[in-house]
Design a protein around this ligand. Sequence first.
Ligand code: XMP
Ligand code: MG
Length: 187
Amino acid sequence: MEEKTINTIEKDILKVLISERRLKKRVREIGAQIAADFEEKDPLFVGVLRGSFMFFADLMRVCPIPCGLDFLSASSYNSGTSSSGVVKIDYDIKADIRGRHIVLVEDILDSGNTLYNVSGHLKDRGAKSVKLCVLLDKPARREKPIKPDYVGFTVPDAFVVGYGLDYADRYRNLPYIGVLKPEVYEQ
Ligand code: XMP
Ligand code: MG
């Protein structure tokens, strides 16, 4: 029987920035660090949808302490090409977080607007503490005074995709972090 060639998303990737093996190793290290820091605190892990879903799931698997989890979704109002800095919570957590320790999990910290606003929102809802855990940190474009507590990798100012991160909702299912070929944007 003739074998059909599948047209995969890999063809759009210019280079692999962080391999599957490096991601796995680093996520294991962060999980162990959070487990040690939150052992007696029954933290609530809050994932920012949708980009954090893969990191979130892998992190949970390597952080074997009593904890809960929830999700929220946020979007920023954009004026032209630049982000206005105003963030709207599109979907909020269900849990009562009064007095809880929160580990806020996000795919990438860029301008800082999303996590600045979301962590403020969680504190307003009565969280006892909010720690920020990001897979990627892109400090070059920071607009808000915000420091993550746990960082997977610091990345240069390039648009990255994969392992949950998207371009036009594609490439989230790549198992590594990669840089797109410029012609993908230019199409
Ligand atoms: P801010 O600027 O609020 O942005 O810190 C965080 C959100 O912006 C998205 N973002 C990216 N998404 N590749 C992506 O796929 C990137 O290089 C990138 N930089 C920022 C992302 O959704 C994140 O939640
Ligand atoms: Mg996001």
